[in-house]
Ligand binder design. Structure first.
Ligand code: ADP
Length: 450
C-alpha cells in the first residue's frame, strides 16, 4: 500500500502543472483581454501576440441574401471550388475537390494561381456555368493583412505551402493576373475570407445572433464582431467590423510563459515553428496527442507506467494521435478497450496502466477546453463591455474536428465559459462547411450592401 501511495504522489506531482485552477484561467482571460486591446490599438499593435486583423466584413447575414455565387476554399485539407445558391431558408451547393500537387504548392506563385484558374475553368464547364459572371468569395486560410474586402496581402505561408513570389503580395491581384494570363474573362472576386469568418457567416445565416467564429481543428483561431470605434487600425467609427484574432499566436511574446509545462516545451521544440503559435499548441488537434505522449514517457521514466519498461514505440513522434484521446475518453468505454487501443500501439498495458492513461488524456483535453474557454470569456466580456450591456446574448459558430468529435471538449468549454463570463449567455452552433458557405455569404452580403 505504501508503494501505491508513493506512486500516486509521483503521478500527482507530474500532472499538477497541467491542472489549471479557476484563478489560473482568470489570469489567462485577463491576459487575452490585454493582448486584444493592444492588438486593436494602432500604436501598440506590433507588440501584441494576438494580431487582431481587420477583415472588412462589417455585417453578418440578415437572411435576405439571395443569389448564385462561386467560392474557392484554399488552406484547409483540400482545395475546392464551389457554386453556392443562397435562397430563402436554404443554401444549396455543389463542389469539386482538386488536388494541388506538392510541386505546385512549393513552385512559383504564377504556377499556383494559373492552376487555380484552370480548376475554376474546369469546374465551370462541369457545372455548365461557363460564360456566367458570378461574384466569387475566396476562403484563403493563411494569415493576411487585409486592406479591403477584396485586398489581402499574404503575411506568411503555412501548412506546407511555399509558392515563391506571393508573400507581401495581394492574393486577389495574383488571382486576377492569372485570369488575364489564361484569358479567363468572367472572374469577379468580391471578397477574401478567413475560415473563422466563413464559419461565423455560415452560422449567421441560420442565427442572426452569431457574431463569433471559432475553429478547433488542426489549429485554433477565432473572430468576432468588434465596435468599429475600437478598431484603431482602420479609419471609421460607425458600426462594427469582424476581427480575425489569429489567437493561436497568443503568448508568443512571452506573456503565457508561466503556463507552459516541460511537456509543452518538448512538443514546441520539435515543431517546424518552434516558439510560434504557443496558445494553439496547448489546445488543438495537431498537438494534444503529442502532449499526452510526452507525459506518458515521463511516467514510464518515473517507473509508474508500463512497469517502467521503456517502450520503443512511445519514442515515435505523432504515434499517439489526438483521435485516441477521443476514443479513450469515450464515456462507458470498458478499460479492456483502452487496453486494446494501447495494445495496437504495441504498448503492453495492465489494467492500472489503462486507468492512468485515461486520466492523462482527461487532464490534457480538459486543460485545452478550459484554456479555450478563458480565451472565449475574454472575447464575450469585451463584446459585452464595448456594447455597454449588463447582459450579452451571443452565438458562436464553431468548426473543427476536435471540437466536433471529442466526447467532452465542447461541454468542458461551455461549462467553464459560463463560470468565467457569468454575464454572457453564449450558445454554440456547429457549422456545416463554413468555409464554402461562408465565403459565398460574405459575397452575398457585399452584393446586398452594394
Ligand atoms: P482543419 O482544421 O485542417 O480544417 P479538421 O477540423 O478536420 O481540419 O481537424 C483535423 C485535426 O483533428 C487533426 O489534427 C486530428 O488530429 C484531429 N482529429 C481527427 N479525428 C479526431 C477525433 N476523433 N477526435 C479529436 N481530434 C481528431
Amino acid at each position: 500500500a505504501l508503494r501505491l501511495v508513493a506512486q500516486r504522489n509521483k503521478v500527482e506531482r507530474l500532472l499538477a502543472p497541467l491542472r489549471l485552477s479557476r484563478a489560473d484561467l482568470e489570469r489567462v482571460q485577463a491576459l487575452m483581454k490585454q493582448e486584444m486591446e493592444r492588438g486593436l490599438d494602432r500604436e501598440s499593435n506590433a507588440t501584441s501576440s494576438v494580431r487582431m486583423l481587420p477583415t472588412y466584413v462589417c455585417h453578418t447575414p440578415d437572411g435576405t441574401e439571395r443569389g448564385k455565387f462561386l467560392a474557392l476554399d484554399l488552406g484547409g485539407t483540400n482545395f475546392r471550388v464551389l457554386v453556392v445558391h443562397v435562397e430563402e431558408d436554404n443554401i444549396h451547393m455543389a463542389n469539386e475537390i482538386y488536388v494541388i500537387p506538392t510541386a505546385i504548392m512549393q513552385g512559383t506563385g504564377e504556377a499556383l494561381f494559373d492552376h487555380i484558374i484552370e480548376c475554376i475553368v474546369d469546374f465551370q464547364m462541369k457545372q455548365k456555368l461557363t460564360g456566367q459572371v458570378l461574384p466569387l468569395g475566396f476562403t484563403f486560410s493563411f494569415p493576411c493583412q487585409q486592406l479591403g474586402l477584396d485586398k489581402a496581402v499574404l503575411l506568411t505561408w503555412t501548412k506546407g505551402f511555399n509558392a515563391s513570389g506571393c508573400v507581401g503580395q495581394d492574393v486577389v491581384q495574383l488571382l486576377r493576373e492569372a485570369a488575364q494570363r489564361k484569358q479567363h474573362t468572367t472572374l469577379k472576386v468580391v471578397a477574401v475570407v478567413n475560415d473563422t469568418v466563413g464559419t461565423m457567416m455560415a452560422c449567421g445565416y441560420h442565427d442572426p445572433k452569431c457574431e463569433i467564429g471559432l475553429i478547433v481543428g488542426t489549429g485554433t483561431n477565432a473572430c468576432y464582431m468588434e465596435e468599429r470605434a475600437n478598431v484603431g487600425t482602420v479609419e471609421g467609427d460607425e458600426g462594427r467590423m469582424c476581427i480575425n484574432m489569429e489567437w493561436g499566436a497568443f503568448g508568443d511574446n512571452g506573456c503565457l510563459d508561466g503556463f507552459f509545462t516541460s511537456f509543452d516545451q518538448l512538443v514546441d521544440e520539435k515543431t517546424i515553428n518552434a516558439g510560434k503559435q504557443r496558445f494553439e499548441k496547448l489546445i488543438s488537434g495537431m498537438y494534444l496527442g503529442e502532449i499526452v505522449r510526452h507525459i506518458l514517457l515521463a511516467l514510464v521514466e518515473e517507473q509508474v507506467l508500463f512497469r517502467g519498461k521503456p517502450s520503443h514505440n512511445l519514442q515515435n513522434r505523432d504515434i499517439f494521435q489526438t483521435k485516441f484521446l477521443s476514443k479513450i475518453e469515450t464515456p462507458g468505454l470498458a478499460l479492456l478497450q483502452v487496453q486494446g487501443i494501447l495494445c495496437n500501439l504495441e504498448l503492453d498495458a495492465s489494467y492500472e496502466d489503462s486507468v492512468l492513461v485515461r486520466e492523462v488524456c482527461r487532464v490534457v483535453s480538459q486543460r485545452a477546453a478550459h484554456l479555450c474557454a478563458a480565451g472565449m470569456a475574454a472575447v464575450v466580456e469585451k463584446m459585452r463591455e464595448s456594447r455597454g450591456l449588463e447582459q450579452l446574448t451571443v452565438t458562436v459558430g464553431v468548426d473543427g474536428t476536435l471540437y466536433k468529435m471529442h466526447p467532452h471538449f465542447s461541454q468542458n468549454l461551455q461549462q467553464m465559459l459560463r463560470e468565467l463570463a457569468p454575464r454572457c449567455n453564449v450558445t454554440f452552433l456547429q457549422s456545416e462547411d463554413g468555409s464554402g458557405k461562408g465565403a459565398a455569404l460574405v459575397a452575398a452580403v457585399t452584393c446586398r450592401e452594394a
